[in-house]
Design a protein around this ligand. Structure first.
Ligand SMILES: [Fe+2]
Ligand SMILES: [Fe+2]
Length: 217
């Protein structure tokens, strides 16, 4: 299949999965109001640092220059998101003195196990960033409902345009590199598994937090 057609179909598939999931999330939003913004921003920190690290780990063992540079840029962007979110937490009166690195969850364990450039892009910059963009939209609405306009603005003005850029670059890289049947099969598998594992991890976190409206990265 021509790679552009393949990627368009993969995007439709991922969006459909996220839409099904969105229905569940919307219900969660109605029934549970257990978490506050600082609690959710701490989870954002864990996500941002984990994705920054993942992109950094993948960079040296990726030989294609365009993917290597995209990973390096993403590692920097996600690190900057960590800083912005930690600054916001400090402004809300929650400094990071006791912040510790999150334990590795099954999603990141799976992502770290991926070895081919096409799988990494399909899972990371494509599927996970599309997911992040969508869950952040819900998180922004949640912040606005709780009256925290400043956090919503931080996401709207700075973080979301960059998450969108990550996902769009991932899409372009897939069009360039997912040109064979084997590469397309690997990309499909990696994107699907990523969305499934993210659903499981987020469901578990939602139960702990009392809301599913928490950000991605
Ligand atoms: Fe991102
Ligand atoms: Fe991010």
């Amino acid at each position: 299949m021509e790679s552009r057609t393949f990627v368009e179909e993969l995007e439709a598939f991922v969006r459909a999965r996220l839409a099904q999931w969105g229905e569940v999330m919307a219900l969660g939003e109605d029934v549970a109001r257990g978490a506050d913004v600082p609690q959710l921003l701490r989870l954002a920190l864990a996500n941002e640092i984990s994705v920054s690290e993942l992109a950094a780990i993948w960079m040296p063992s990726t030989t294609a220059w365009d993917i290597k540079i995209a990973l390096a840029e993403q590692a920097g962007d996600e690190a900057r998101h960590f800083r912005l979110v930690s600054d916001r937490l400090a402004a809300l009166g929650f400094p990071l003195d006791d912040f510790t690195l999150p334990d590795e969850n099954p999603l990141f364990a799976y992502l770290k196990s991926l070895s081919s450039p096409v799988e990494r892009i399909a899972a990371g910059q494509f599927a996970l960033e599309l997911l992040a963009y969508q869950v952040n939209e819900t998180f922004m609405r949640y912040c606005q409902e709780l009256g925290d306009q400043e956090t919503a603005e931080l996401y709207r003005r700075v973080i979301q345009p960059e998450e969108l850029r990550h996902y769009r670059r991932g899409k372009q890289l897939l069009i360039t590199h997912a040109t064979t049947r084997e590469a397309q099969r690997a990309a499909q598998e990696a994107a699907t598994r990523t969305i499934e594992l993210a659903a499981t991890v987020r469901q578990r976190a939602a139960e702990e937090l009392g809301t599913s409206c928490f950000p991605g990265c």
